[in-house]
Design a binder for this molecule. Sequence first.
Ligand code: SAM
Ligand code: SF4
Length: 345
Amino acid sequence: MSNDGRRNVGLEHKFEPLQDRFGRVARKLRVSVTDRCNFRCNFCMPVKPVWLPKSEILTYEEIARIARILAGMGVTKIRLSGGEPLMRRDLDILVAMLKEIPEVKTIAMTTNGFHLAEMAERLKRAGLDGVTVSLHSLKPERYEEVVGRKGVFERVTEGLKVAREVGFNPVKVNVVVIRGCNDDEILDFAELARKSNLTVRFIEYMPFDGRKFWRPELLVSGEEILQVIESIYPLVPLPREHGSTAQVYRFADGVEGDIGVITSMTSPFCSDCDRIRLTADGKIVPCMFSRDEYDVKSLLRSGATDEEIASFIRDAFYRKFAGVESLLREHKTIAHVRPMYQLGG
Ligand code: SAM
Ligand code: SF4
C-alpha cells in the first residue's frame, strides 16, 4: 500500500481493470476538453457549429476525477484533445492535476497549434510530455483554406518550433490526407520529417466531418501514401506498439525522422485497441466508430461514489463494439453521430 492507503498500482489496481467482452483492456484515455474551436477545418467542422452550453462541459475537477478513477482501473496514458484543447483557459492547470495521478505515465495533447507558442512553456512546466500539431499543408494559402482561417500558418509553425524548443518529447505532426487537396504534398511532408527530425503521421480521411463532405474518392489509403514516399525514400517498419493507431516507419538510409500512417479506414487495428474516450460533455465513448455513449456526467453530478462511477464505466466499456469491420458487416456503412471535434480525435 502507498502512503495514502491506495494499493500499489501497477501490481494491483484500485478497481477491477477495464476489460471489454473481447478481452481488450483499456490503457489510454482520450479526453475532449472542449468542443469549441477557433478553426473550421473543412474535414471536421460544420460551417456554423453549435457549441455545447458551458454548463454541460466537464470542469477540470470532474475530468481529473474520472481520470483518477480510470487510472485506478489500468489507464496509464492520457491525451488531451478537442475541439481545440487550447481554447480552454489555463489548460496547464488540468495537466498539473492529471500529473498528480501516480499511475498516469504520460500526458500528451493534440492541438491545431494556434495558441501553442504562448502556452508551450506553461504546459511543459505543468508536466505535459508530448505534443502533436495538426498541419495539413506546407503551403500557407492552402493550409489557411483548409482550416478556414486566414493569416494563421506562420503562427502555427511558430507554435511547432516553440514546442520543440521547450523540450516536448515527442513532437509530432498530424496530416489528414485528402485527395485533390493535399495529396501532392506527401513527399514534402516526408522531407519535413527528415529535415526536422519529426514524426509526421498521415491520417486517412474519416467520414467524421460536420459537413458531410467525405466521399470514398477523397480517401487516400495508407498504402498509397507509403508507396509515394517509398518511391524516393525507402522505409523500414518499426515494431508496432500494442494498441497503437499508427504504423511507424524509419528511413532506410538512416536519416532521422519517422513516418506514421493511421489507417483507421483501410486497416484499422481494432483487435488490440486499448483506448477509451471521454467527451467534453461527459460521455464515455468506448469506440469512436460506434454510436454508443454513456453519460457519466449525470452520475458524477448526482453525488455518486468513485466505486459507483467505476462500476458504470466498467459496464460501459465491457460492451465496447468489436470494430470497424463488424460495422461494415452489420450496417454496410461507417457513420457516426458525432464529428471528430466533438469526439476528441
Ligand atoms: N483541434 C485539434 C487538432 O486539430 O489537432 C485537436 C482535435 S482534432 C479533432 C484531432 C485530430 O483529428 C486532428 O489531427 C485532426 O486533423 C483529426 N481529424 C479531424 N477530422 C478528421 C477526419 N474527418 N478524418 C481524419 N482525421 C480527422
Ligand atoms: Fe478544430 Fe481540430 Fe477540427 Fe480543425 S480538426 S476544426 S482545428 S477541432
